[in-house]
Design a protein around this ligand. Structure first.
Ligand SMILES: [Zn+2]
Length: 335
């Protein structure tokens, strides 16, 4: 890990990237979630990155690439021209309030367009994302063990390592289970913390507050592209009911369209290839979206399937960002 980072850092200062960059042909879509002034507990706030790191990303991207809006990307793909390796689009999943309070002011000062994919029921009801609720439930409960429906054995929660293990197993099942089972898992984890303590915890982790519609509309009026991320952040894998999958894709689009006038883009919840049933990609087209984004790594070229556009995760360190942006290549897998 350390060695790889040193190599990447050396590459970054060698000038090699300015050569490699010109060999690329497509666009890169960056995938972020939230940005916070300060991260107070990285176990819980896994999807948020500190502002200073995000600013470094944006400074680098602005200096070396051409940041375009999603509408512009869509038009260039439609036209079959206009991508030459320099284009970058900036996207944010889930619809956190910090997109309005922290991200938007910075982007406006740098004059960079970006897009936010909102989960319409979370936006409408102020309910927090499942990952936050699972992580906060397991790491912050006072229980020393717990039983979760669907698991034959209770989980040991005596120490940090046991909780790491529990959250891994529980989150993995949550993401692959049919929705009724996933809901039961979430309910069991939430019950590990009494309700009055949840309000304390939620207040401490303001980072995970979703925007309400009023706030989404403010962003929209300020020129930010708003797309759909489904209704309930249901993961659209092949184990889900097909009608349910179609509803998540179609009804969320209708809701955003009703509120804002249009909704041309979709981002799949979780978004790895195993989180996207063929019927989900099919419904993206039927519902009338122009582009849909995954969490699979890669570069967007003229011939890339517009229902399954790859993105580059913005959560990795700066050296990785440089490497990804300039090569569109990810060496092996790292931690
Ligand atoms: Zn998401």
């Amino acid at each position: 890990m350390v060695f790889r980072k040193l190599v990447l850092r050396a590459m970054g200062s060698s000038g090699l990237y300015s050569i490699l960059r010109h060999r690329r042909k497509g666009a890169i879509a960056m995938a972020y979630h939230g940005v916070e002034e300060e991260i107070i507990d990285p176990r819980i706030q896994t999807v948020h990155i500190p502002l200073r790191r995000f600013r470094r990303h944006m400074d680098y991207i602005k200096k070396n690439f051409e940041v375009i809006a999603l509408d512009d990307l869509s038009e260039r793909l439609e036209a079959g021209r206009g991508l030459d390796g320099r284009q970058v689009v900036l996207t944010f999943d889930d619809g956190y309030r910090n997109n309005l309070e922290v991200v938007a002011p910075l982007m406006e000062s740098l004059d960079l367009p970006f897009a936010v994919f909102v989960s319409t029921e979370h936006t409408g009801q102020g309910v927090r994302m499942p990952t936050y609720r699972l992580r906060a439930g397991i790491y912050l409960t006072e229980a020393k063990s717990c039983r979760i429906r669907g698991f034959p054995e209770p989980f040991d929660l005596r120490d940090e390592r046991a909780r790491d293990h529990a959250i891994q197993a529980i989150a993995a099942r949550y993401k692959t289970a049919p929705q009724p089972e996933a809901d039961a898992i979430l309910e069991d984890v939430e019950s590990l913390i009494p309700e009055e303590r949840w309000s304390e915890i939620d207040a401490r982790f303001a980072s995970d507050t979703p925007m309400n519609w009023e706030e989404v509309e403010i962003l929209h009026r300020r020129g930010v592209t708003i797309g759909s991320h489904g209704r309930r952040h249901v993961i659209l894998h092949t184990g889900q009911d097909e009608a349910w999958i179609r509803d998540e894709v179609r009804l969320s689009r209708e809701e955003v369209e009703r509120r804002l006038g249009s909704c041309r883009y979709f981002a799949y919840p979780n978004g790895t290839s195993q989180d996207i049933a063929p019927v989900a990609a099919d419904e993206v087209v039927r519902s009338g979206y122009e582009l849909a984004f995954t969490a699979e790594f890669g570069e967007i070229r003229q011939d890339t399937d517009r229902r399954l556009l790859p993105r580059v995760d913005g959560d990795d360190g700066f050296e990785y960002l440089q490497f990804y942006l300039n090569t569109a290549y990810r060496p092996g897998h790292h931690g």
